[in-house]
Design a protein. Structure first.
Length: 457
């Protein structure tokens, strides 16, 4: 059966549902197609479940650290991973149900369950049903990249998705990769009580961040007992007797469980892209312009599949950009967006704008201020003094091209982001009065002690 609609939205991630609802509210007949769970990666196996697990792990860590706060927790700390998982599942289910209720109550919007594939440039097939639409919006997301390592698939291994099904405590979790996903799981499971080894093929963790940030994150993890090994190229994986061995050029590492976290790939390989004539880049992300339109004027790509951002907040902003241009007469562009993200280890990292390498390459006269978290009263009071605050400033325009926090910094970073969007000078913050005791109160002080950014050693 073929239905003619005004719009089809493929994928119910962080952009899809909001866009589908806005289109329906504008009087369009819309189908929203989802093959898995509503909410995409964020709701099902990304932000929401992992941060719920991180909260449980932090509770365990605080309980073990209670004596240093003058609190006696007698009898020791035990972890019930089945209850930990059940709590995570309940939080995820609540998010799914909320989305389902919202979508189901929207007039003109139909939720279709199944795998969508293009039949041609305007027609989408879901099972036996065909949907022809004037506009098509692709929000199919991305998935874990599984490298071609000899022996890997000959036995069990985990990705960020299958980690959501784990309801037991691994005796020894071996993690291949030193990325954000890898490090969040590393600290989380170490705090649950597992032995954890991280194997990174490069010379340092989170290589896209500044070297001092990378070094501090590694120091924090190692202080908690995570075994971090860099310059470890994996040559093969062996499975035997319920154990796994990762063979590297630096030796053999044996564990009970293996997590592979070495990147993401877009879900564009089984979408019928070629039949539609939609252009992909070399990494198979959908090519889009500054308004997120593909080479076909009636097709847009939003979220992780367009390669213009790999976060929930960038996916949602993609929806805002498309809706503003199509429905509100408001010209918004991807290029207006300032890169911002967080690494949710403890203490968390918040970063916005350029890193040091980018700042040096820009040719600007860059000034930098840096203060350790030991100078932050709030951090000392909480007993969380790892990390630092670092801010860079354009010495000529006085604007902030970059700021990074490591240490209760995932919230404080937004004060800087707002000033960057306003293109206001750094003195807007350096002369501001912040509440005491807070983390952000050290930001003005940091900006009052700027020095030239050193050349790369």
């Amino acid at each position: 059966m073929k239905q003619k609609l005004d719009a089809v939205v493929i994928g119910a991630g962080q952009a899809g549902p909001s866009l589908a609802v806005r289109l329906a509210q504008a009087g369009k007949r819309v189908a929203l197609v989802e093959r898995r769970g509503l909410g995409g990666t964020c709701v099902n196996d990304g932000c929401i479940p992992t941060k719920t697990l991180i909260a449980s792990a932090r509770a365990a860590w605080m309980a073990r650290s209670a004596a240093s706060y003058g609190v006696d927790v007698s009898g020791g700390v035990s972890i019930d991973m089945k209850r930990v998982k059940a709590r995570k599942d309940a939080v995820v289910q609540e998010s799914r149900e909320s989305l389902a209720s919202w979508i189901g109550s929207t007039k003109g919007l139909t939720l279709v369950s199944g795998h969508a594939r293009f039949e041609d440039a305007r027609t989408v097939r879901v099972g036996e049903d065909l949907f022809e639409a004037e506009q098509v919006f692709v929000n199919v997301g991305a998935r874990a990249f599984v490298p071609d390592i000899p022996g890997l698939t000959s036995g069990p291994y985990l990705t960020n998705t299958s980690m959501m099904d784990v309801d037991e405590l691994p005796e020894h979790l071996v993690i291949v990769g030193g990325s954000y996903v890898a490090l969040e799981f590393a600290q989380m499971y170490r705090r649950f009580g597992a032995r954890v080894t991280v194997l990174e093929r490069g010379p340092r963790l989170i290589a896209r961040d500044d070297e001092d940030v990378s070094a501090e994150v590694r120091r924090v993890l190692e202080l908690e007992g995570v075994d971090v090994r860099v310059d470890m190229k994996v040559s093969r994986v062996e499975h035997a007797a319920g154990r796994v061995v990762v063979v590297t050029d630096g030796g053999r590492v044996e564990g009970s469980h293996l997590l592979v976290a070495v990147g993401r790939v877009p879900n564009t390989d089984d979408l019928g892209i070629e039949r539609a004539g939609i252009e992909l880049d070399a990494r198979r992300y959908i090519r889009v312009d500054d308004e997120l339109r593909t080479n076909l004027p009636h097709v847009w790509a939003v979220g992780d599949c367009n390669g213009r951002g790999a976060f929930t907040h960038t996916s949602y902003n993609d929806y805002e950009i498309v809706a503003a241009n199509l429905l509100d007469g408001d010209a918004r562009r991807v290029s207006d967006r300032i890169p911002i993200y967080g690494l949710f280890v403890d203490p968390p990292l918040g970063r916005v704008g350029m890193n040091e390498a980018e700042a040096r390459a820009s040719g600007r006269r860059v000034l930098v201020g840096k203060r350790p978290m030991t100078r932050v009263g709030r951090a000392r009071e909480r007993g969380e003094t790892h990390g630092f605050i670092k801010v860079m400033v354009d010495g000529d325009t006085k604007e902030i091209p970059r700021r990074g926090d490591l240490g209760i910094g995932d919230e404080a970073v937004h004060a800087i982001a707002d000033v960057m969007y306003a293109r206001a000078p750094y003195t807007t913050i350096s002369r501001a009065v912040h509440t005491h005791p807070t983390v952000s109160e050290l930001v003005p002080t940091t900006l009052q002690s700027l020095e030239p950014l050193a050349a790369r050693p």
